[in-house]
Structure formats: structure tokens, C-alpha cells
Design a protein around this ligand. Sequence first.
Ligand SMILES: [Zn+2]
Length: 262
Amino acid sequence: MKLMKLFPFLFVLIVLPFTSHAWGTTGHRVVGEVADAHLTSQAKKAIKAILGNESVAMVANWADFIKSDTTLKDLDPWHYVNLPDSLTRADVQHFLSNDTAVNVYNKTMWLIKELKNKKLPKDKQAFYLKLLIHFIGDIHQPMHTARATDRGGNSVKVGWFNESSNLHTIWDTKLIDMQQLSYTEYASWINHPSIADKTKWQKQPVSEWVWESYQISRTIYQKTPADSRQSYRYNYEWISTVNQQLLKGGVRLAGVLNDIFK
Ligand SMILES: [Zn+2]
């Protein structure tokens, strides 16, 4: 009896502190697996020399795993960029050009620059490479370029089938997990970009990726009211967007890695 009374409190204790910050484990691995297929043989070789037997897909979640290390707490704001509503493309570009801000855009640019330095020590190379693989995935999760006021949708309560959830989590994991695919199955499902798309996506600057994600997040906000309950219809309407973002993330990650290790 006592335990039954305690249960609701335990539930609050266990569930509430867990707000998510990224595509879930499958999403990040899909981005890594997609990227792997578009690497040049030279980049593949260089990455293997750094990561050893770990694949790009399997290190893609490491930046989330280290969040439990309190000495690395400073890295938490590296996973997202908060942007206010109703910005134009020029506004977003202007916002991103403030290079002292700590956000996923600036840190991604910084990591790319660092990794191009041939004299970077080995341990830093591995550390930065794992971070970069993760953050390029994060930029493509639209709720990582969303409002500060609701913490990228973490505070927007939205039901998912019969459970309580929030807008951010639905985009991190719920839609992806609903497909019931392993990350390799998922990657084989979506990894078919046309050559024209691949070339176009890889040429676009990182600021353009942010602008795209930002625009998608605005539509998501409009179409997902707080306190709504979502299920099959939401999957039907949004899964192609999820897949397009995962695909772009992987293809662009490969483009960046091919350029770093050329
Ligand atoms: Zn993240």
C-alpha cells in the first residue's frame, strides 16, 4: 500500500528531470551510417586511424553520453541554437554571425576549423571528431534550432499515443522509434539521394542548414499545438520531413569530413 502511494511521486522524480537534447540514439546513428556511405576512401582511412574499430554511426551518440560527466557540463549548450520567432533569412545569418555566442552553429564551425589543423594532438582529434559527428546531426533536428522560451519544445506538452510527452521528444525519438527499424535498416531505407541533391546539399554553408531547420521548426510549432495528442496522423504528415533531415544531415556530414580529411 505504501509503495502504491509513493508511485506517483517516484514517477515524477524519475521522468521529469529527463528532458532530451538530441535526435535519439537511433537518429544520430542513422546520420552517421548515411555519412559513412558517402565518405571518400581517403576520409574513411583517416577516420579509421582516429576512431579505431568504432564506426561513425557508433560514436554519433557519444556527445550525449558524456552529459552525465559533470566536469563536461559546459558542453551542454553546444547541442542547439535558440532562435526567436519570425526571423528572416538575413536575420538568422546576422544572428549566427555573432561569433562569441556558445551554440551548435559556432561550435560546429569551430570544430571543423580545429580538425583541419594537421598538428592537432591525437586525443583532441578523437574528441573533436566525435563531437562534430553528433552536432551536425543535432543541427538537422528542427527542434534544436527552436525557441528559447520553451527550451526547444521541451516545455510544450504534447501527448504521444497514450503517453505524456513533449514536442522536443517527439522529434528526437518518438517518430523515429515508431518505424521500428535498426539504424542500419533505417539508413538503407532513406540513403538514396540524387546526385544533384547530394551536390547541392554539400555545397550549402552550415548557416543555410540552420536556416532550413529553423523554418521547419516554425511549421512544427504551428501544426503541433500545446496539449494536443498526436499519433498515426502525425507520423503520416511528418515522417518524410524527419527522413529528409536525417538524410541531409548524413550527406552533409560526409561532405564536411571529406573536406577535412582530403
Ligand atoms: Zn545533442
